[in-house]
Design a binder for this molecule. Sequence first.
Ligand SMILES: NC(=O)c1ccc[n+]([C@@H]2O[C@H](COP(=O)([O-])OP(=O)(O)OC[C@H]3O[C@@H](n4cnc5c(N)ncnc54)[C@H](OP(=O)(O)O)[C@@H]3O)[C@@H](O)[C@H]2O)c1
Length: 316
Amino acid sequence: MDSNKFGNQGWTPDRIKDLTGKTYVITGTTSGTGFEATKILLSKGAKVVMLNRNNEKSKETLSALKLELGKSIAVINLQMNLAELASVKKAAEEVLKVAPQIDALICNAAIAQVPKQTSTIDGFESQLGVNHYGNFLLQALLYPRIEASKGRIVTVGSMGYNLGIKTIQFDDMNWDKNYGANEVYSQSKLAQIMCVYELQKRLEKAGKTEVKVYACHPGASRTSLIKTSGSLMTRFVWQLMKLSPMVQSAEKGSYPELMCATESNLDQKGFYGPTGRNYWTGPVGECKLEPHAKDRVVTKRLWEVSEKAIGLKWNI
Ligand SMILES: NC(=O)c1ccc[n+]([C@@H]2O[C@H](COP(=O)([O-])OP(=O)(O)OC[C@H]3O[C@@H](n4cnc5c(N)ncnc54)[C@H](OP(=O)(O)O)[C@@H]3O)[C@@H](O)[C@H]2O)c1
């Protein structure tokens, strides 16, 4: 890529001005990049609505945030399990009650490397169900409020989008025939990113250019991701890797999503993350995106298949 437009250090949260009066909705804040992003948004004066599946962990998260930032922070936690469409619908209704304005919805939550094929309650393979369909439904339900707020949608993807097959396996969306933990994680992250670029096209066609939609990734960051859902071996290897300088802090991993949620005049056609070796660490900026992630024939079909799967058409 060209030299970093934010200088040698790349984008950092120092660029975020006072966020008083702004509201951010973010999924998966009980650990990792979601927790760090929430902390930084709150520290800049924003209101943050957190959507988390685990009530116990949510309580701990609220306590940790208040301990560090003070009791007066404007933070709300709502329960939402991305693995259940009904739970996503209920959470979205509650978000609409507590957030009259949404400056950005940050779809950060995900699971990864689930060793054996598992289904969500709605019958989706679990990584696709949580990472893709769950976040896709949440976006669709909150879209009218985001549009009214001239807000943004930020999807946290992964460089994994480029590690599996370079398309969507439409003839076997649940990977019944060839399930693989890595392959399906990659597929879910490719699906998430593809829907960002497809949504941009749909908004452009509808003349709704005030809503911005971004795709980013956190590089390789020290979080709980593999620990939560990976196999014993994957967890072991990842634990060792996390000790090496090839992996960065969760805080640094949160910068790309924060940049996409707050930086003005950021070109939404880009793909943002750390720009160092393999895009694992390094200054945050624009990363090269392989063309298959924007293959319009595939993104269009994926959108239609996804709307059918969640049983809802986006109101664009
Ligand atoms: N870490 C990396 O190196 C890396 C690399 C590439 C991409 N990413 C992406 O970065 C994002 C953040 O992940 P992370 O690394 O920070 O991992 P993390 O520490 O495991 O955080 C993931 C968050 O998502 C939540 N979550 C998982 N399943 C959920 C569900 N069904 N419903 C609602 N929330 C759910 C988790 O909640 P619980 O606490 O309840 O589990 C947690 O709060 C993900 O999109 C991931 O794909 C990470």
